[in-house]
Write a new protein. Structure first.
Length: 550
């Protein structure tokens, strides 16, 4: 949508200041704006900040990424090395929204950013020396001097979270899209002021027509679910007078902003009480944006959308427990009891759930309760499809057994994991950490390459070590490993493995101390011969701050 337009010929702070002063004088409430997004042009925010005293400036990731890429190119850095620098700074986004590799820009504080940046000094210098064939690396010094302060003030994670973006990147793509349409309208040529204003007027008229079409559901756009109250049936719309239509459009445009997440489970009703049939609701997370196989879950997504089409299909179960919902059954008379756990897990007793650990009923409930993303995260961590259970779906309960025969009880002792208290977890974890033997590989810290392994997450900071199949650049392709009693949560209950298991840490003292407070620089870290043979100079330099025993 095209908003207020300022026609100017000089990119000065005073030009942008005039736009801000005009907008705030016409609508004083705009002075309460908390965040202003811009590209890397300082004149914009410097010009408007006076009129938005409580605002903070968040800058466009795309412009910053392009600026750094151009700088690397000007230094003579190759495209492959440039990609590695960009990955270190901005991380790597994957098809699944829950599978990301964090970068410098995702630091949770300025101190963490500075610490991470110092860790990259050796890596970046070695990379640039090897790529440019030079003895004088320049990029790290330039970045630390010119861009470090900009990142800490305008791009870090806390600022994005407070702006409501979460881990997502901020870009000015929407604004640039409007700019492109304006340029296309004048054929990318200079125009006389009168001609330009006529072009803008025709674009705004076309925009208003699109708004009117959206209200009656006849154009290229549609109203978001939370604004369905302004929708009118086409037959009723054309019975209205011109002034009434104008008032209806004005009321819609003046409506207060509402959260972008759809209001789930609401039936689509028109403002004119026109009878309309229930529509299939779209799930807030598209199946294609997840790591789930489409050929298995397409039908699940479609059935969940059908269930959400009628508000009465999902209701809360009787009683004070709000974690149980009743969902309509399409195949039987009795509804399904879907239970929601704190861990993100949802459980349904239907047959479809047993093989997939997911069904249309759990998806519909998760969507309605606003926990779909948490449910998908739990599902990914739990291992996904149970192929064995999926293969047995629809088979007799006791195949290859005579009807009525009892199952033989096993005399073996159960080796399943047990539930214990949080205090017991801490005591046992502390005991394990104290039982270190200098010559015992299983109780000592030792080094391991991540290549050819399934290592993903640091046990200390819980952040990604790697996102397969990507392998981090040296020295971060090596991790510190140790056998420990691993603590974890299952359905909100703290548990502990019965036997020590390999856990992995970043090459950082802070990560190790999160689980092992006694760790210090004098603690021995064993380097097996097979790992030592694969070491490069960058590995040895980076590990010089640890007490590595070769």
């Amino acid at each position: 949508m095209i908003g207020p337009i300022l026609i100017h010929q000089r990119k000065l702070p005073s030009s942008y200041s005039y736009l801000a002063s005009t907008c705030t004088s016409l609508r004083p409430a705009l002075r309460e704006i908390l965040f202003i997004g811009t590209d890397d042009a300082k004149a914009i925010y410097n010009g408007v900040s006076t009129f938005f005293p409580g605002s903070k400036n968040i800058q466009c990731f795309r412009h910053m990424r392009n600026y750094i890429s151009r700088k690397l190119k000007s230094l003579g850095v190759s495209d492959n090395a440039t990609s590695e620098f960009i990955r270190d700074i901005f991380g790597a986004k994957r098809p699944s929204p829950r599978s990301v590799e964090y970068g410098l820009v995702d630091a949770t504080s300025e101190d963490e950013f500075d610490t991470e940046l110092r860790h990259y000094e050796i890596i970046w210098n070695e990379r640039e020396i090897e790529d440019r064939k030079t003895d004088s690396p320049l990029f790290y010094k330039w970045f630390a001097k010119e861009k470090s302060a900009v990142f800490k003030k305008h791009l870090l994670l806390p600022l994005r979270i407070s702006a409501g973006l979460g881990f997502a990147e901020y870009t000015t793509n929407a604004n640039e899209s409007v700019n492109k349409k304006l340029k296309e309208k004048v054929n990318y040529k200079e125009s006389q002021l009168g001609d330009f204003c006529e072009s803008m007027y025709s674009m705004i008229e076309a925009q208003n027509k699109d708004v009117e079409k959206a209200i009656i559901g006849a154009g290229p756009f549609e109203l978001r679910p939370e604004y369905k109250e302004y929708e009118i049936c086409p037959t009723d719309w054309f019975k209205l007078s011109s002034s009434t239509r104008h008032d209806q459009v004005k009321a819609f445009l003046n409506a207060p902003l509402k959260p972008s997440r759809p209001t789930l489970g609401e039936a689509s009703t028109s403002a004119s009480q026109c009878s309309v049939s229930s529509k299939r609701h779209s799930i807030s997370i598209d199946l294609r944006d997840t790591s789930l196989p489409e050929h298995v879950f397409t039908d699940v997504w479609e059935k969940a959308a059908d269930i959400l089409g009628t508000d009465s299909n999902i209701v809360q179960a009787p009683g004070e427990d709000t974690s149980t919902m009743l969902v309509i059954s399409k195949s039987g008379k009795m509804p399904h009891y879907v239970q929601i756990f704190k861990s993100g897990k949802l459980h349904c007793p239907c047959e479809g759930y047993k093989g997939k650990t997911m069904c249309s009923h759990t998806i519909a409930v998760a969507e309605k309760r606003g926990v779909l993303d948490k449910y998908l995260t739990w599902y990914e961590k739990s291992g996904g499809l149970n192929i064995a259970a999926l293969a047995k779906q629809g088979m007799p309960k006791n195949p290859q057994r005579k009807p009525g025969s009892k199952c033989r009880a096993s005399k073996r002792k159960s080796t399943s994991r047990i539930e214990i208290s949080t205090e017991a977890v801490k005591r046992r974890h502390t005991y394990e950490n104290e039982c270190t033997a200098e010559n015992d590989m299983e109780s000592n810290y030792f080094l391991k390459f991540v290549t050819g392994t399934k290592i993903r997450v640091c046990y200390g900071c819980a952040k990604a070590i790697r996102v397969p199949p990507y392998v981090p650049a040296p020295p971060y392709d090596v991790v510190i490993c140790r056998k420990e009693y691993r603590s974890y949560l299952q359905d909100g209950v703290p548990k502990l493995t019965l036997t020590p298991q390999n856990v992995h840490y970043h090459l950082r003292e802070t990560c190790l101390k999160m689980k092992n407070p006694e760790f210090d620089k004098d603690t021995v870290i064993v380097c097996p011969p097979g790992v030592k043979e694969r070491f490069r100079d960058v590995h040895r330099k980076y590990l010089s701050c640890f007490n590595v025993k070769y």
